[in-house]
Ligand binder design. Structure first.
Ligand SMILES: [Zn+2]
Length: 356
């Protein structure tokens, strides 16, 4: 391994080289997708599935690869000490992290993809509390050490709503020599918890040595893109954008704050996290996001909580790729009623189709 540019295995291109050459697609959203499939509980969102059903995790890694992801991101989001403590299973911390890394590594090697370690918001950091900062640092240190041992190409440090906590993550990763992608989750109101704008927070992260900065989670394309543009204008390094695939608005900027008048009672006021289906972005909207973001110079692009392989495939196609799964991208010329193929019976095209 040659840390510094994430370039392993001789000629294989690392993250930063790939970003220089074009977009890098990173599929995320493992927790929501595995929750929908019945292998993970919403609420705690702890990825015990890594130990309980490793084949299911491997399958999802494969599906995201097949859909066009360039990165296999290790499923250690919320596989950290605080979350495992909350569910009373701190003893699973190391086996879960090592297993998640091994699964991601195997799939990345099979596909010559980038292999990313993952650390995230700790849920214990509080502004002005030095003990909480030290505890967060210790959590990052143990997870980063396992990731380095597994030979990751780079580290993703994600979903920080505290800019200061993200800075601690950079501080922990820098000495490893690995590239670090840091993404913030900006709450309703467009500031980090300590009151920094997204652009200001990213500027500080750039100064601290982050290799890629940007945003992930919480916001859908509509409320993330304007902030991504501000970040792009404010920093000189590569920018990352990984929205949730939900139709957030100026009034309801995050998927926590979204409401759905089609639902009833409490769920109408807060469909998060498991009744958001009616507010989901189509794959077309995700493709549009990818195109707009890349045109503005955002090169590290993906989709976060709520994403399925169909979103990733559309994103990849919008960025000029033809992943394996594109073999099954819609071809309506063969449709029974809407088709144009000469073998589609005329009466169906011209008459019956209009009655459906
Ligand atoms: Zn997310």
């Amino acid at each position: 391994m040659s840390p510094g540019n994430g370039n392993q295995n001789g000629g294989r291109k690392g993250l930063l080289e790939r970003l220089e050459a074009g977009p890098v697609i990173c599929a995320e959203g493992y927790l929501f997708e595995l929750e929908r499939r019945g292998y993970l509980q919403a609420g705690g969102f702890v990825p015990e599935v890594v130990l309980e059903h490793p084949d299911v995790v491997r399958q999802l890694h494969e599906e995201f690869m097949r859909a066009g992801s360039d990165v296999v991101e290790t499923l250690t989001y919320y596989g950290h000490r605080e979350k495992l403590k909350v569910i009373g299973k701190e003893d699973l911390l190391e086996p879960l992290n090592r297993q998640a890394l091994q699964l991601a590594k195997e799939v990345a090697q099979e596909h010559d993809a980038l292999f990313a370690g993952d650390i995230c918001n700790t849920n214990i950091f509080v502004d002005g509390d030095a003990d909480s900062a030290a505890a967060a640092r210790a959590m990052f240190e143990e997870q980063v050490a396992w990731a380095v041992e597994a030979g990751v190409d780079f580290i993703v440090a994600e979903t920080y709503s505290w800019g200061q906590e993200a800075l601690i993550a950079v501080d922990v990763v820098k000495p490893t020599g690995l590239p670090i992608v840091v993404t913030l989750a900006i709450p309703q109101g467009e500031h980090t918890f300590e009151g920094w704008t997204a652009a200001e927070a990213c500027r500080r992260l750039e100064e601290a040595g982050a290799d890629v900065v940007g945003l992930n989670c919480l916001r859908g394309p509509a409320t993330m893109l304007p902030l991504l543009r501000e970040i792009r204008d404010a920093v000189s390094i590569h920018v990352a954008g990984l929205p949730v695939p939900y139709r957030t608005t100026d009034a309801e900027q995050t998927f926590f704050s979204l409401t759905d008048p089609q639902l009833e009672g409490e769920r109408a006021a807060r469909p998060f996290p498991d009744a958001l289906d009616g507010l989901a972005c189509t794959r077309i909207e995700i493709a549009d996001f990818g195109r707009e973001a890349y045109d503005y110079g955002i090169a590290y692009i993906g989709v976060c909580c709520g994403a399925g392989p169909h979103h990733v495939r559309s994103l990849a196609e919008a960025l000029g790729r033809e992943p394996e799964a594109s073999r099954y991208t819609a071809d309506m010329s063969k449709h029974a009623y809407l088709g144009t193929d000469p073998l589609v019976r005329r009466e169906y095209k011209e008459d019956y189709g209009r009655r459906l």
